[in-house]
Design a protein around this ligand. Structure first.
Ligand code: URA
Length: 430
């Protein structure tokens, strides 16, 4: 087999066999296919797509590039959640301790920021000392002890995805249904789970913008899961507004802690509870929303978060003292230039403006600045008076801040006519 022939075959819209896909993934993983050739392959898949059989074969080859976890010594139901990525999406940070406090084992393997979307790992690492690079042995040991651990992809689990994910990020090949499906399912099916809840974001702040494609993505992942023993529930959720009131790594940690203290914003809690209820259902644990509210009111969920921070080497004092988190001191308000209703928010641009401030990456090796971010005051449908604050920018780099202030005005469209916000939970499929 040769890589050029296979790229040409996909470019010309032919189907690839199982062996051909395996060859590409295994040779790329071993470093025998250079990034420039693999980028061409990814772009060919982006434009020509893959049918379900090819997508499943791609997922399997990526999964087989590493090992599978064996969590059979843990008797609790093992359920994870994964999101396709959004702006201000800190749900995993709230959900993992909340679910563990309900008796579910949550072996969470998360990602870093990708394009305009934030990453759970980057957020966690804004807690001083917090380590996300645990070995599989440490990961399993923590799961046994406290029922939850939050780590990054290791070289053991689906290493092909780790390499491909980074390449897709810088070659504009993220928003492809076969590539997203294979990426997510190759990691998740290797986690030895009983169940998985997928938050499929749609809207202008998501990789997949329209409902039809989001549904197709959900159905592809459900079909893949049907060939395994992992039960999957997918929830299509709206991403036409940033989620919650803050974006930016350490600011989102503060918002997470506030949510675990019972003071989370409505939109963030609605999505968190919808995903949490699906996880309880998969775990066959009764109690629904009442149980979740009880775990937050009693401090059980917050305590679990404290345990996660403690076990992963972080400074637990951040729970009570937010000044221990790196938060930029320089704050600038962006004010509305006219009176009216917020008609549209370019959520994708908010994500990219955070990258511009330094809160995300343009290149895969870049270091991020955890202290910068935005406080968002207005969402679609809100009334705003001229001169009222739309966004507060947190950033100690003044020249970056000045450039972002100018662009932030264009993110909000204000009109005299009222515009209704879309429902957050669009559809649940399983
Ligand atoms: N999340 C993933 O894990 N993979 C993708 O391709 C997109 C979002």
């Amino acid at each position: 087999m040769n890589c050029i022939d296979l790229i040409r075959k996909k470019r010309d819209a032919y189907k690839l066999s199982k062996e051909e896909i395996r060859y590409l993934i295994s040779e790329y993983s071993k470093g025998n296919i250079p990034d420039y050739q693999f980028s061409a392959f990814l772009m060919a898949v982006y434009f020509q797509g893959m049918d379900f059989q090819e997508t499943t074969n791609l997922m399997q080859a990526m999964m087989d590039s590493g090992k599978s976890l064996d969590l059979s010594n843990i008797k609790k139901p093992k359920i994870d959640k994964h999101s396709t990525g959004g702006v201000g999406d800190k749900v995993s940070l709230i959900l993992a301790p909340l679910m563990a406090s309900c008796g579910i084992c949550v072996p969470m393997i998360s990602g870093r920021g990708l394009g305009h979307t934030g990453g759970t790992l980057d957020k966690l690492e804004s807690i001083p000392g917090f380590k996300t690079n645990l070995s599989i042995k440490q990961f399993k040991c923590q799961l046994k002890k406290i029922g939850v651990a939050m780590i990054g992809q290791t070289i053991e689990i689906a290493p092909a995805d780790k390499k491909m994910y980074a390449l897709r990020d810088v070659t504009a090949t993220v928003d492809s249904i076969p590539l997203i499906s294979a990426s997510i399912m190759s990691k998740k099916l290797a986690e030895d789970l009983d169940g998985l809840v997928l938050d499929i974001k749609l809207g202008n702040g998501a990789f997949i913008k329209d409902y039809k494609k989001a549904k197709e993505l959900a159905q592809t992942m459900i079909q893949i899961s049907k060939r395994s023993s992992v039960k999957v529930i997918t929830i299509l959720t709206d991403m036409n507004n940033p989620l919650g009131n803050y974006t930016g790594n350490s600011l989102e940690i503060i918002e997470t802690i506030e949510a675990l203290k019972g003071r989370g914003p409505e939109d963030l809690m609605e999505i968190t509870f919808a995903l949490a209820k699906a996880m309880l259902k998969l775990a066959k644990i009764k109690g629904g929303k009442k149980l979740l509210e009880k775990k937050i009111a009693s401090g059980g969920a917050l305590n679990k978060f404290k345990e996660i921070i403690h076990y992963q080497g972080g400074d637990v004092r951040v729970i009570e003292d937010y000044s221990r988190l790196p938060v930029a001191r320089n704050r600038i308000k962006v004010k509305a230039q006219k009176t009216g209703y917020i008609n549209h928010i370019n959520t994708f641009d908010i994500g990219m403006l955070l990258v511009q401030l330094g809160g995300g990456r343009f290149k895969k090796e870049e270091k991020i600045d955890p202290s910068c971010g935005f406080r968002i005051y207005k969402k679609i449908g809100d009334y705003v008076k001229k001169g009222e604050c739309l966004v507060k920018i947190f950033c100690d780099n003044r020249s970056k801040t000045r450039s972002v202030v100018k662009q932030m005005h264009d993110v909000f469209t204000i009109k005299t006519k009222f515009c209704r916000r879309k429902t957050l939970i669009r559809e649940i499929l399983h």
